[in-house]
Design a protein around this ligand. Structure first.
Ligand SMILES: Nc1ncnc2c1ncn2[C@@H]1O[C@H](COP(=O)(O)OP(=O)(O)OP(=O)(O)O)[C@@H](O)[C@H]1O
Ligand SMILES: [Mg+2]
Length: 248
């Protein structure tokens, strides 16, 4: 299963949510950084100590001589025991448009033994990673709950639905609200965006900084509001993949 996460504007927490969700996934899952503006995990979660050859660019070069699933396994890095394994993103702006995202996405969608949560960064109609979004099982629009954030998310929703060839309301393009009720409740955000509501992740700066900045987790991190809610959402998302395959 391949789940893509995108934002419209600002930094609502795509990278943080991708890592939190994958860390709580009910089966094996990894994170692929496909942000066209460049990856963040090397400097964030990895605190600048990421192996230089553990990234998506290296995996794509490997693809010339091996299948992508082998290359991905080879190039993954798991920085800490509480973290999911991650294929780190690009180091240069502009590189994204040079990568064969359609081929990469098709391989990730049927990776044996693991689901993939892809951090696709900010959605821009003409950017290079759109072919990856087309082959995702689900593309989640991540947004905050301010009027500004909701307006921006509502603007990209129809374009995403068009790219995915789905109608408004299709569960394959849902919205995830980070920090609801500030001021709009998640249900109102979903209606305004004309997207089905996947759920919400709470405003939990301490737990979020573990994922976004590599902060040391404090006691009880596993039971933090962010991790608990990520667990619920990860289970729902993983089950929706099963449903589509007729498992459930
Ligand atoms: N659920 C949350 N609660 C509180 N703070 C959060 C939450 N999610 C993310 N943040 C914080 O918001 C900031 C931005 O997060 P993050 O880097 O994940 O956003 P992003 O959407 O990936 O941004 P960018 O578009 O720059 O890649 C970070 O400081 C992070 O700790
Ligand atoms: Mg990010």
């Amino acid at each position: 299963m391949l789940v893509g996460l995108v934002s419209a504007k600002g930094s609502p927490g795509v990278t943080t949510s991708a890592l939190a969700l994958a860390s709580q996934w009910p089966r094996a899952a990894l994170v692929v950084e496909a942000d066209p503006f460049g990856g963040d995990v090397r400097a964030g979660l990895g605190r600048g100590e990421w192996p230089s050859d553990a990234g998506i660019m290296e995996a794509v070069v490997d693809m010339r001589s091996m299948d992508l699933d082998v290359a991905v396994a080879w190039r993954l890095h798991r920085p800490t025991e509480y973290s999911p394994s991650v294929l780190a993103g690009l180091g240069c702006v502009g590189q994204a448009s040079t990568l064969p995202w359609s081929r990469i996405g098709s391989a990730l969608a049927r990776l044996p033994g693991a689901d993939v949560v892809a951090d696709c960064g900010r959605f821009a109609v003409a950017d290079g990673v759109t072919p990856l979004l087309r082959v995702c099982d689900v593309v989640v629009v991540v947004t905050g709950s301010s009027l500004r954030a909701v307006r921006a998310a509502a603007r990209i929703a129809p374009r995403l639905q068009e790219e995915r060839d789905v109608r408004p309301g299709d569960p394959r393009v849902p919205v995830l609200v980070v920090g609801a009720d500030a001021p709009y409740p998640a249900s109102e955000v979903a209606v305004a965006c004309r997207l089905p509501l996947l759920g919400e992740l709470p405003d939990d700066p301490r737990a979020a900084a573990v994922w976004s900045d590599g902060d040391q987790p404090r006691r009880g991190f596993g039971r933090s509001p962010l991790q608990r809610e990520a667990r619920r959402l990860a289970e729902a998302l993983a089950a929706s993949g099963d449903d589509r395959r007729g498992v459930a």
